[in-house]
Each structure stands twice: as C-alpha cells, then as structure tokens.
Design a protein around this ligand. Structure first.
Ligand SMILES: Nc1ncnc2c1ncn2[C@@H]1O[C@H](COP(=O)(O)OP(=O)(O)OP(=O)(O)O)[C@@H](O)[C@H]1O
Ligand SMILES: [Mg+2]
Length: 370
C-alpha cells in the first residue's frame, strides 16, 4: 500500500476544502456570465485568484508547522523501533515542542540504558570466558596426578584411599564438564563459536553416537531405537553435532524413568537433514518447552541436581545448531514424553529449501510426539 505522509495529506485536504467552494461558485456563475458586468466579473476573478493563493499559502504553512514535525516524529519512532535513535530536530513554538522534547529525552535515556545493558552483558560474557578458561587450566595437571595415584605409580593404595580418590576423580570430571560447558556458552554468546565444517555423511555420525550412548541408557534399562533414512551428504562440524546428539540423548535418559524408550531418527528435510530424539519420559509443559533453551534453565532444580547438570546443555545445542544455520525445536506433553528435533541445512548457514509437500504439511512425520 502506498503511504502518504501526514503533511501531504493535510496540504491536499486543506487545498481541496479551500478550492471546492470556488469551483461551485464558478459553476454557478458560468450560465450567468453573459449578463454579468465585466467590472464585476473582473472583481470576482481577482477575489478567486486571491482566495486560491491564500488557501495554498495557509495549507502550506499548516502542513509545514504542524504536520511535518509530526511526520519527523513518526519517522524517529519507526527508527527507534528498529533499534536506532535519531532525535527529532523540529521547533514549532507550540505544544508540539513539549511532545518532541519528551520524545527526544526518552530516546536518549533508552539509548543510555541499552548501551549500559550491552556493556554489562559483554562484561558478563568476558568474565564467564576468562574465569572458565583460567579455572580449566589447572584441571589438566590435577587429572594427570589423579591418574598416576589411581594407577599406583606413586605407591600402593588401600581400599579406603582408592574409594576416596575415585570420588575425587568423579567430581573432577563433573567440574571439568561444567567448566567446558561455561566456556562453550561464553563463546556462543560472544559469537566466537568456531566450527570446523566438512561435507560428510551424517548417518554414520548419528549411528556411532547412539552406540556410544547405549551403555549409559542401559544403566536405566532404557532402550534406544534407531529410525534411519538415507540422507544426502551435508556440511557440518562433526564433533559439535555429536555433542548436540549426545546432549539430547543424555537428557532423554536423565528425564525418562527406568525401562523407558528412546527413538533417535534421521530423516531427509528439504535439501538438508532432520535429527530427532524422542523419549517417553516425564515430559515438559508448553511454557517450559519454550524456556528450556535458555542458559541455566531447569524445570525442577531439585530433580535436575539429583540427575546432575547445570542447565546449559540445551542452550549449547541451540547455539551449535544455529551456528550451522539450522533450528532446534521442543515438542512435549507432561507425563507422555518429549521430542527434541533439529534440522541442518545442506551447507553451513545456507537457507534450507523444503519440498512442496513439506511446506504444505508444515511438519515432518515423526517430528512430533503423539
Ligand atoms: N528430554 C527431556 N524431558 C524432560 N525434561 C527435559 C528434557 N530435556 C531437558 N529437560 C529439562 O530442561 C532442562 C534443561 O536441560 P539442559 O540439558 O539444558 O540442562 P541439564 O540437563 O539440566 O544440565 P546440563 O545439560 O548442563 O548437564 C532440564 O534440567 C530439564 O528440566
Ligand atoms: Mg542436559
């Protein structure tokens, strides 16, 4: 739709409302023109010309002094909506000035607050990145010394000493994982997550990861089924995608009771691929499903503490998938189960092209939890 500015609208409407009576008078005068005295006709014409000129001038004046400043205000509001503040530079010498001044000072305040928030966010990301990196550095020698002690290179161990060292080792691993997660999340948040992309088959990667995770699920007698479709080779970072699938399976195992079932599927999705991890576990509410990708979000802190974790896994998954140009989704029903699925485009950050049927269906079979 063609948008006409407020000032042009006012100008045109004032001009028309001024000219309409003149046109009507002229139309009424035409049949009488032969009977009117030439002098009177001259005077009428002069009055008409003067009226036209003054109408044009008044309309221009009003549009310049009232409508144009409002137009500028509207433009600034639009720019502010898009995240860029530009003060309105108009002085009308009336009440409109109060509105313009209020808008300008509000804009300056909002800009200041946004700048402060950005600085604070950058400082937080920097702090997260430096601390997790610095805290991780001593982990390597600690782990090496622990291994030497456990392998009895530094002397024999009593049963009590071994148990104690094994406990230290477990907790060191946990701490190391958490620091690694913090480092990854800080990289994602600062846009410094590096991918090592390579065009390669995805099927083997999914199958290998499922095999690697099977013993972990087996501890809870949970079966992991595979539904594998042939998909074309696509470009992705192998280690990072393995991390995503491991995180999703690990969650599915954590939040599914014993003897449950997990289905990992790989399907063609447009000219890319779709991977889904579906469980029949405790499920999530609609609201929680929207929030699970936020860092540190856990639906039930107590339960999550019991099963371990800091609430970073899914935020990392989202960061990795989006860095590839894909999208991750959560579908769930409380007490029924959850499906986390993500698609990857054929090339990093390339736009995915869906087939007509996929567009019409708006969903891919097996994508959602029944
Ligand atoms: N398959 C699932 N079923 C039910 N709830 C889930 C599932 N996956 C994740 N959640 C919920 O989402 C929260 C966030 O998951 P996320 O993987 O980010 O963190 P975490 O598993 O608690 O810890 P971390 O992954 O950092 O070890 C979990 O704590 C849990 O409440
Ligand atoms: Mg997790």
């Amino acid at each position: 739709m063609v948008r006409i500015s407020l000032s042009s609208k006012i100008y045109i409407s004032l001009l028309f409302s001024g000219l309409t009576p003149l046109i009507i008078i002229s139309l009424l005068l035409i049949p009488l023109i032969d009977n009117i005295d030439t002098r009177l006709l001259y005077n009428i014409s002069m009055i008409m010309i003067a009226t036209i000129l003054s109408t044009a001038l008044i309309s221009r004046f009003l549009s310049l002094h009232i409508a144009e400043p409002i137009d500028r205000l509207i433009n600034s509001v639009k720019k502010m909506e898009a995240g860029k503040f530009e003060p309105v530079s108009a002085k009308t010498g009336d009440d409109l000035d109060i509105l313009i001044d209020a808008f300008n000072s509000m804009g300056r305040e909002v800009t200041k607050v946004i700048k402060n928030l950005k600085e604070l966010d950058e400082a937080k990301t920097q702090f997260l990145s430096v601390t997790s990196h610095e805290l991780r550095t001593p982990m390597t020698p600690i782990k090496a010394q622990l291994q030497m002690l456990l392998k009895e290179h530094l002397g024999g161990l009593t049963d009590k000493q071994r148990k104690s060292l094994e406990m230290i080792e477990r907790n060191t691993e946990r701490l190391d994982r958490l620091l690694q997660e913090l480092l990854t999340i800080s990289r994602i948040q600062s846009g410094r997550l590096k991918l090592i992309p390579k065009k390669q088959p995805l099927k083997e990667v999914v199958e290998e990861t499922v095999s690697f995770m099977k013993p972990f699920a087996g501890k809870k007698n949970i079966d992991i089924e595979k539904e594998m479709e042939e998909v074309p080779e696509i470009e992705f970072d192998r280690d990072k995608i393995i991390e995503v699938i491991q995180n999703l399976i690990s969650n599915a195992v954590k939040f599914t009771p014993e003897d449950g079932k997990i289905v990992v599927s790989l399907k063609r999705y447009g000219n890319g691929a779709m991977i889904a991890v579906k469980d029949n576990g405790i499920g999530l509410s609609e609201e929680d499903c929207k929030n699970v990708f936020k860092p540190f979000f856990q639906t039930d802190e107590w339960r999550s503490r019991q099963v371990g974790g800091a609430g970073l896994g899914l935020a990392i998954c989202k960061g990795i998938v989006e860095a590839h140009g894909g999208e991750i989704r959560c579908e769930s029903k409380p007490n029924k189960g959850t499906t986390f699925s993500f698609y990857l485009p054929p090339k990093i950050r390339e736009k995915i092209e869906l087939s007509q049927e996929e567009v019409v269906a708006g969903r891919v079979e097996g994508f959602f939890t029944e």
